[in-house]
Design a binder for this molecule. Structure first.
Ligand code: GBH
Length: 469
């Protein structure tokens, strides 16, 4: 059974749904720039209009109510609020927009969970070095304080940064996300470092200046696959699995929840290879300064984005090239028995979520956990009667129930990804994660519930009913 105050939610992100990329004084973000360059995104698509939630937010509210959600996770567009990224200039139209949405949610008795940063850095800050620059963390802290001050009377659940791993690796190592940099083995560690500093500063600001009055909770959303050794009994694969975990989940969770610093496995591997490759100066993995706010303890709950599971084998054949994959020296394999029905990277493994939750309970001292994202997509021929996705939600939520009841994991909420079909980053509109179908050929961007949406609504009403007894 689910606790009485369990959060039943769904999520979206500003760039993926809002559109209005130049409306009412919004500044450009790195995703505007990235999408407008040739060859970056599937079909040269972009989020210029997306679901047009900038104008159609009331339609989103209807969807939220149709599902019976208790919570809705949205992100704020930094450049809509602060067009040049700094508090020197506030775009009041942007403030008004989010005020309308937040007030609308509360009027429907839906609690907002607000993400401050979901991949869309103001372009003005990218022009000054972006997340590679230490100063971006300080500017993020000012933006965070501005948001706490402006919206914190109504927002009790905050996520500072969504998936720093994805921003660092896909944006600065692989170059398949904005800002599209390919500086393997170097930039990602620097970016991850500044994102951790930014998160910690914002958490401390909330703690010092807003917590007493606003009584909310702040965390960062960490994405992690569930990992298992390819050969269960093979020592090398077990070690590779631990390394892979240290370089993904551990990279961000260890500093915040365990030691205030990177996992030892990660530190020693990168230091050693930095020496070997003759990298100039110190290690490619930066060190935290004692003169800055501590990283340890800067999360009031654990926010987990879980999508899939992987088998890990030693080696992986990345050799001695300068990149993250050879630093971690582990290969990822998809178990052929796990079905893939949507995007290529997403094998459907609901029971992996239960195992990961158990791992989090043990490794991070039984924190309160919100599953801030979970879902799977359709590609190709779309079906409104999306039977597989309905089954997926049923199976997954059952695994969450078992994690709570049988394993004693302190899960406080579940947010399906996503409320709407939306702009799926490098995949454009080709991958559909919505509980509602969105017709992108229709100027009204009409929203139609999928069978999976109806299923989720049914699950929510069943458990809500049981919870109230
Ligand atoms: C989430 O990330 C994002 O937070 C959300 O905005 C997005 O809509 C959702 O995923 C669905 O994709 O292309 O082979 O390099 C999930 C974690 C990790 C999933 C990186 C995709 C890229 C695999 N992501 N992964 S690949």
């Amino acid at each position: 059974m689910f606790p009485r105050d369990f959060a039943w939610g769904a999520g979206t992100a500003a760039y993926q749904i809002e559109g209005g990329w130049q409306a009412d004084g919004k500044g450009p973000s790195i995703w505007d720039t990235f999408c407008h360059e040739k060859g970056r995104v599937f079909g040269e698509q972009n989020g210029d209009e997306a679901c047009n939630s900038y104008e159609l937010w009331e339609k989103d509210l209807e969807c939220i109510q149709q599902l019976g959600l208790t919570h809705y996770r949205l992100s704020l567009s930094w450049a809509r609020l602060l067009p040049d990224g700094t508090t020197r200039h506030v775009n009041q139209k942007g403030v008004q927009y989010y005020n309308k949405v937040l007030d609308g949610l509360l009027a429907c008795n839906v609690s907002p969970m607000v993400t401050l940063y979901h991949f869309d850095l103001p372009q003005a800050l990218q022009d000054q070095g972006g997340w590679k620059s230490a100063g971006t963390a300080t500017l993020f802290d000012s933006y965070a304080k501005f948001c706490f001050q402006t919206f914190g009377d109504r927002v009790k659940l905050w996520i500072t940064i969504n998936e720093p791993y994805v921003c660092a690796k896909l944006g600065h190592e692989d170059g398949i996300h904005a800002p599209g940099l390919k500086e393997p083995g170097v930039a990602a560690y620097l970016v991850g470092h500044n994102m951790l500093r930014a998160h910690a500063m914002a958490w401390h600001s909330y703690d010092c200046f807003y917590r007493t009055e606003q009584k909310g909770a702040v965390s960062l959303a960490i994405n992690s696959d569930w990992l298992e050794p390819l050969h269960a009994g093979r020592t090398e694969d077990i070690a590779a699995t631990e390394r892979q975990l240290a370089f993904t989940l551990g990279w961000f969770a260890w500093p915040v929840f365990v030691t205030g610093d990177y996992p030892e496995t990660m530190r020693s591997a990168i230091d050693a290879r930095s020496k070997k490759l003759g990298c100039s100066g110190s290690s490619r993995l930066p060190s935290f300064s004692k003169d800055e706010p501590a990283i340890l303890g800067t999360a009031d709950f654990f926010a987990l984005n879980y999508y899939t599971s992987r088998n890990i084998e030693a080696g992986g054949g990345y050799g001695e090239t300068l990149c993250m994959k050879s630093d971690r020296d582990a290969g990822e394999v998809l178990d052929p028995s796990w079905p893939i029905c949507g995007v290529s990277w997403l094998a459907v493994v609901p029971r992996g979520l239960r195992k990961l939750l158990m791992y989090i309970k043990d490794a991070f001292n039984n924190p309160a956990v919100y599953i801030t994202e979970n879902g799977f997509s359709q590609v190709g021929q779309l079906q409104i009667e999306d039977v597989q996705r309905s089954e997926f939600y049923k199976d997954t939520i059952l695994e969450v129930a078992k994690a709570i009841q049988e394993d004693g994991v302190n899960v406080r909420g579940y947010f399906a990804w996503s409320l709407l079909d939306n702009f799926e980053w490098a995949d454009g509109f080709s991958a559909r994660f919505g509980l509602f179908h969105v017709d992108f050929t229709d100027a009204r961007r009409s929203r139609t519930i999928y069978q999976s949406g109806r299923e989720y609504a049914k699950i929510i009403s069943k458990y809500k009913c049981a919870q109230s007894k």
